[in-house]
Design a protein around this ligand. Structure first.
Ligand code: AHR
Length: 537
């Protein structure tokens, strides 16, 4: 079954590429993509390609941390395979330790001699505290990523927050906490810049009102010493479309005579999960969820409709922030996004909130990253939830077993957008039309994003149609293609995914694409994510 899927997938991709060669000279295109090199949108902050690792289920223990004495290849206790893959995709930033866990976590439990650290009953699971701040920093340094800490603003105080920053950033010879860090292995300060003040304060982070959270935020961030590191604070923003949270927080924090300067806030954290696949029958948190593996074509499309809400969520938050911060100092930090299905497909029962990841999730991830790129000027950071053994994971592992999911290939393909200049792109394609619970429904047919880095144009495109390919004429205004290479992630089975037994059922394939007089014709395979790497003269 798995092998058949693999062969079918390869055939589908091959057909698409062969067809693209013919198409360069023959039939009329049904779609068009215009890339406007002379219309820059903004620089794509590398940290938009960040990740989220919570002390939850098997994300850290089993996924990242295997322990120094493990037979599983590791560097200082950290699974080597994860490090290698994250280096490959140039993972720029990692958020830790939560999530909801963050607001129950005492950072002091996770420092000092590991054997002497306290064991806690834990928020999601028993917490041995073997993996704490020094180990997280080791992980970040091994992969070359910026750390982004989410601090406890529900059950710890601003003084504890100050002290965590002091432990991380103070010189070793100027403070006891700095000395403790040195004893934990790093004389050099960690220089942590990004500090989230709580997590989901409207929910697990305290069930606060926006005005109450505003008070906490002010207390945590006023005159907080950074020890030479300019601190970048991230405030808790809304879940999905809860704009009331944004409006009320802005009013309480920046409004009136006693408002604080928006320049002191780096980011506005926004969370949006794609979980409600019930097509309006219910919005119940459990009942409305779909299944990660058992789905029909309507469920396939529903993920892209639900995930597409991200664009409106971003724009509307940006507009409200702009009323109080017209210069837009505050950037969007979408630090939790991805699909969330019902339990049952996790690779091991101990993996709380974990699920299998199919081609469908890869398209949703690509769609989301394209939205971020199209709004590059608004985006400070983002984090896919979560890195390993969790919701929209890039990796699945259990003990010595480790595989990459289709999402990994999306991050691998999209890495060339990091730090590049996003340029405007316009997509015109026949919409996807289908029966949604016996009612005609439709949505966009092709979408994506483009960015320019020196002489390389990266164009990433999602074709969400489950069965139809799209042939597009691609016009580059202000340039011409001298060479084009396509990397494609697809499969003829929309449920395709990797397993420990069949780790390569879904993977990306790269091939050259012929060009004709500087222009490009390309056939986008059904159910695909494509990256075109275009060399400009
Ligand atoms: O990612 C799982 C959980 O989802 C996080 O802990 C929380 O922030 C969100 O609600």
């Amino acid at each position: 079954m798995q092998r058949r899927t693999l062969l079918k997938g390869a055939a589908a991709l091959g057909a698409a590429l062969v067809f693209s060669r013919k198409a360069a000279f023959a039939s009329a295109a049904d779609s068009r993509i215009d890339v406007l090199l002379d219309e820059p949108v903004g620089t794509i902050a590398p940290a938009v390609y960040g990740h989220f690792t919570e002390m939850l289920g098997a994300v850290v223990y089993d996924g990242i941390w295997v322990g120094e004495n493990s037979k599983i290849p590791n560097t200082g206790g950290i699974r080597k395979a994860v490090v290698e893959k994250l280096r490959q995709i140039k993972a720029p930033m990692v958020r830790w330790p939560g999530g909801c866990f963050a607001d129950s976590y005492d950072w002091k439990d996770g420092i000092g001699v590991a054997a002497k650290r306290p064991e806690r009953a834990g928020f999601w699971r028993g917490e041995p505290n073997t993996f704490g701040t020094p180990e997280f920093m080791r992980f970040c340094r091994l992969i070359g990523a910026e750390p982004y800490f989410a601090a406890n603003a529900r059950s710890l105080t601003p003084l504890d927050f100050d002290h965590w920053i002091e432990y991380c950033n103070a010189p070793a010879d100027k403070s006891s906490l700095g000395r403790m860090r040195a004893e934990d292995g790093s004389r050099e300060p960690f220089n942590v810049k990004y500090w989230g003040v709580g997590n989901e304060a409207w929910g697990c982070g305290g069930n606060l009102t926006p005005a109450e959270y505003s008070e906490e935020f002010r207390r945590f961030t006023t005159w907080t010493p950074g020890y030479g590191e300019p601190l970048r604070f991230i405030a808790v923003g809304p879940g999905s479309e809860d704009l009331d949270w944004t409006e009320q927080f802005c009013l309480a924090t920046f409004g009136g005579k006693r408002g604080i300067n928006p320049k002191s806030v780096y980011g506005w954290s926004v969370h949006h999960y794609t979980w409600d696949l019930a097509r309006g029958r219910t919005h119940d948190w459990d009942a409305a969820k779909g299944d990660a593996l058992q789905f029909d074509v309507q469920d396939w499309y529903e993920v892209f409709r639900e995930g597409g809400r991200m664009e409106h969520i971003m724009k509307s938050n940006w507009d409200v922030l702009g009323q109080y911060d017209p210069e837009h100092n505050i950037k969007l930090v979408v630090d939790e996004y991805g699909t969330w299905y019902k339990p049952g497909t996790e690779v091991d029962p101990s993996h709380t909130i974990s699920q299998q990841v199919t081609l469908r999730d890869a398209l949703l991830t690509a769609q989301t990253l394209d939205i971020f790129n199209r709004h590059a000027e608004k985006m400070g950071m983002a984090a896919c939830a979560q890195l390993i053994n969790c919701l929209n994971a890039l990796f699945l592992s259990h003990e010595d077993k480790f595989i990459v999911t289709p999402n990994f290939f999306v991050f691998d393909m999209y890495q060339s957008h990091q730090g590049a200049t996003a340029v405007r792109s316009e997509f015109s394609a026949p919409p996807v039309s289908y029966q949604r619970d016996n009612h005609p429904a439709s949505f966009w047919g092709l979408n994506g994003s483009a960015s320019l880095n020196d002489k390389t144009l990266t164009l990433t495109v999602v074709n969400p149609h489950a069965t139809e390919r799209r042939e597009a004429e691609i016009a580059i205004r202000g340039g011409a293609a001298s060479a084009v290479e396509a990397t494609v992630l697809t499969n003829s089975d929309i449920h395709a995914h990797n397993t420990f037994d069949h780790p390569d059922s879904v993977s990306a394939v790269t091939q050259k694409v012929p060009t004709s007089a500087g222009s490009i014709r390309y056939v986008f395979a059904p159910a695909s994510v494509t990256k075109l790497s275009v060399t400009l003269p």
